[in-house]
Ligand binder design. Structure first.
Ligand code: ADP
Ligand code: CIR
Length: 360
């Protein structure tokens, strides 16, 4: 008897196509096997695998290309998310205890200080028992905004300020705050494709301290971004300011946390400490050759961005330089990593020629 023809699984045939050039972690790790396994899955909150990968499919210049809709996304979609997390962070947890201690921080050299215009450190947080931005409902988002606004009342005197709802913000004020790096942009095609801009601008807002050095973003990519930013390169002062703000808010809010992945974030790049410590740094010599500088930065575990944030361009040899890795390290380790890296880049800039890491 003739053997029945082997049926090809539909999911294997229809592995989604990535139009044009694409270097995202999604493309790298979305194998036919992963697709066949997960394509029809969705979490308890109704967040589907197809929604999780939508931004990377629609935006082929994505670096990561996926978003989690809730805590369960990290478990259910693990066959895709784990390799992406490992690829991005270089290791998997467990995430060590939160550590904002200041004593161990190395000094920023005078050469690096001279090249740094401003320092910003932020952490992302999402509330336990709520879906994250890509899966949250309109009502839940407003509830989250209310809880965060209540918690902001608990800040120490030095951090107190005012909450500005994005819905009520005049356009000129919004433009000014974005230009001064204090507010998120009004449009982000990666977030839009990731289901994160539904009902915009409702439920979104900015808390700003009186001197504008401490701020909080509400219901943008994560439900909460806690931010400290100052002119110059006093990284320690910025870290201390952030630490006090995080401590006060942590007393009032229950954050989504897993032992393995640390603070859970909608983008896997922000797991762990969920901390991005960055400087705006001008490198007049090595900054002329962006490709070579990027190689140097990669080797040092640093990320280069443009001066208007993710996916923007550098200007006049000035870059946003930050820690790449946020998972499996403490907050103080992540910042130490940034300081060592910018000290190294400043030394290379003085020497005037790109060198391999380890040559110094
Ligand atoms: P995130 O830090 O949340 O990942 P972005 O890369 O989009 O987000 O940056 C948000 C804003 O913060 C942008 O306006 C960016 O230029 C600004 N920014 C980041 N780092 C610094 C810095 N060291 N000094 C001044 N502005 C900064
Ligand atoms: C991307 O994949 O390129 C975007 N979703 C951004 C990824 C990393 N940046 C971020 O989370 N802010």
């Amino acid at each position: 008897m003739k053997a029945p023809e082997k049926k090809i699984k539909l999911k294997e045939v229809s592995l989604p196509a990535f139009p044009g050039h694409c270097d995202s972690l999604l493309k790298k790790h979305l194998t036919a096997e992963v697709w066949a396994l997960l394509a029809d899955n969705s979490t308890e909150t109704g967040f589907t695998f197809q929604q999780a990968i939508c931004s990377g499919l629609e935006q082929p210049d994505s670096s990561v290309g996926v978003y989690a809709g809730d805590e369960e996304s990290y478990r259910l979609f693990a066959p895709l998310f784990r390799p992406i997390i490992e690829d991005y962070h270089g290791s998997l947890g467990p995430q060590p205890q939160t550590d904002f201690s200041l004593v161990a921080l190395p000094a920023v050299t005078s050469e690096a200080q001279a090249r740094v215009q401003s320092t910003r450190i932020r952490v992302g947080r999402n509330l336990a028992n709520f879906p994250m931005g890509p899966a949250i409902s309109r009502g839940q988002r407003l509830e989250v905004e209310g809880l965060i606004c209540d918690a902001l009342q608990n800040l120490p005197e030095s951090h107190q300020g005012k909450y500005f709802s994005l819905s009520a913000m005049p356009k000129e004020q919004e433009t000014d705050l974005v230009a001064r790096h204090l507010l998120f942009k009004n449009e982000d095609r990666f977030m839009a494709s990731g289901n994160l801009m539904r009902d915009w601008p409702e439920g979104r807002g900015l808390f700003l301290s009186r001197d504008e050095s401490f701020s909080a973003w509400v219901n943008e990519e994560d439900q909460l971004r806690i931010i400290a930013m100052k002119r110059g390169g006093d990284v320690k002062a910025v870290f201390a300011l952030l630490a006090d703000g995080v401590a006060a808010l942590s007393e009032k809010l229950d954050f989504s946390f897993s032992e393995e992945f640390g603070y859970l974030a909608s983008c896997p790049s922000n797991l762990g400490t969920s901390m991005r410590a960055s400087v705006h740094m001008t490198l007049p010599v090595i900054g002329q050759d962006e490709a070579s500088l990027k190689q140097q930065a990669d080797a040092l575990g640093l990320q280069l961005r443009g001066v208007h944030g993710e996916h923007s361009a550098s200007e006049d040899a000035t870059y946003d330089i930050s820690n790449q890795m946020r998972l499996g390290v403490t907050e103080v380790e992540a910042v130490t990593h940034l300081i060592s890296g910018i000290n190294h880049l400043a030394a290379l800039d003085i020497e005037g020629k790109p060198k391999m890491v380890g040559d110094l």
